[in-house]
Design a protein around this ligand. Structure first.
Ligand code: FAD
Length: 362
């Protein structure tokens, strides 16, 4: 059997063959992974990578699949969902319980329910506030630093809950962002004006020669939706964060407020904003109130209600595309292509993807 040699080297308890990736993505879209593996420690993760490389088996890292569109034909080779979930604060170690993505995503979806609907048509002037949440901003750079090391499999919602609620602040801007620490570092997640690299001291990776390598913050080349790992394809193992002994009450309020607003305006059956924001220069040139492409899709391209099959431009936030039932990756991609085409033809605007396409498409 194909991959037999690799399979014999992995921990059999954590392997699934031909595992549908629709069970492991927030969109619930994606064909099968040839081998789906969930190592419980960084040692097991490193071991798997070394063996797969030796056997020339392609490797794909996956967190919650909350920023990826996986093709309907799935992913060949080895797909790894890292379950190494240790958080170290000084001498203290906390290990988050291992949980499969399906349960994590279900729990996250149910964790904040609201019936209130944002009427975007009447919120035109408030668009900036609604899309960017700038009113929640503040600075704590003068507070004492606390070093916290987190393995890449730690779930971001768990980390926020756990750390902010004990007064270790810095992650509050990322309330209700689904995913893992690995995924957050890979694409340098943003929450309003904040980027996660700003609170990173260093990142430990396994490089292409199977050596451990450390990147200091200034070596990450981090910017909006980008880190050096897009190009190096290295495996993120863990990261040391510079959190602050901050204002616990305020951080909890901000994390909760972000969560509340995001739950109102951003549908969970999605993969986040599909397109990157436009530049401030472009926004000013066009006289639009926000850099969010959601505004452009809704108010300029007038694509409210557009859908192909079950892939719908979201009515909550028009830079999101939802899977309202049984959407395929093909349909999802077709909606993306249509928005891109209209933006280019009608506005001369070249929209860039904020999400990643993984695996094989029809
Ligand atoms: C409702 C909703 C709201 C969102 N809001 C935001 C937001 O406010 N800001 C924002 O920036 N994003 C947002 N996102 C997008 C997404 O949640 C983030 O980008 C998240 O950090 C992705 O993490 P993940 O673990 O799910 O990564 P995945 O989607 O699983 O993977 C993303 C990429 O990271 C790579 N990767 C993952 N782990 C590793 C690793 N250990 N080593 C190397 N590479 C790795 C994968 O190969 C893939 O290329 C949102 C998404 C949703 C559904």
């Amino acid at each position: 059997m194909k991959y037999q040699k690799l399979i014999s080297k992995l921990n059999p308890k954590f392997i699934k063959l031909n595992e549908p990736l629709s069970k492991h993505t927030t969109l619930r879209i994606g064909g099968p992974a040839d081998i789906f593996y969930e190592p419980r420690t960084n040692e097991e993760l490193i071991d798997a990578i070394i063996h797969a490389r030796k056997e020339n088996v392609p490797i794909t890292m996956l967190g919650w699949g909350s920023n990826v569109l996986v093709g309907d034909l799935g992913i060949r080779g080895l797909v790894i969902r890292n379950q190494a979930k240790k958080i170290t604060i000084g001498q203290k170690e906390i290990v988050e319980k291992s949980e499969n993505n399906e349960n994590l995503i279900n729990q996250w979806e149910k964790s904040y329910k609201s019936e209130i609907r944002w009427n975007s048509a009447t919120e035109k002037e408030g668009a900036r506030k609604m899309y960017e949440f700038q009113d929640l901003d503040y600075d704590e750079n003068d507070r004492p630093i606390v070093k916290v090391v987190m393995e890449s499999g730690v779930d971001l919602p768990f980390a926020i809950n756990h750390l902010v609620y004990q007064g270790l602040t810095g992650l509050q801007w990322y309330g209700r962002i689904p995913g893992t620490i690995g995924g957050a570092i890979f694409n340098n997640i943003h929450g309003g004006t904040h980027f996660i690299h700003e609170i990173i001291d260093e990142v430990k990776v396994l490089d292409s020669k199977n050596q451990i390598k450390i990147y200091k913050q200034n070596e990450l080349k981090a910017k909006y939706d980008y880190s050096i790992f897009h190009d190096t394809k290295e495996i993120i193992l863990d990261a040391t964060f510079n959190l602050r002994k901050g204002d616990k009450k305020r951080a909890i309020y901000v994390a909760q407020e972000w969560t509340k607003r995001k739950a109102l305006h951003q549908p969970s059956n999605s993969i986040g904003c599909v397109f990157q924001n436009i530049s401030v220069k472009e926004k000013e040139k066009r006289g639009w109130p926000t850099v969010s492409v959601g505004y452009v899709v809704e108010h300029v391209l007038n694509m409210k209600g557009f859908h192909i099959g079950d892939a719908w431009i979201s009515e909550k936030h028009h830079n999101f595309i939802e899977n309202k039932g049984k959407a395929t990756a093909q349909e999802y991609l077709a909606v993306i292509e249509e928005i891109k085409k209209r933006a280019l033809e009608k506005l001369g605007l070249n929209l860039k993807l904020e999400i990643f396409l993984l695996g094989e498409f029809k």
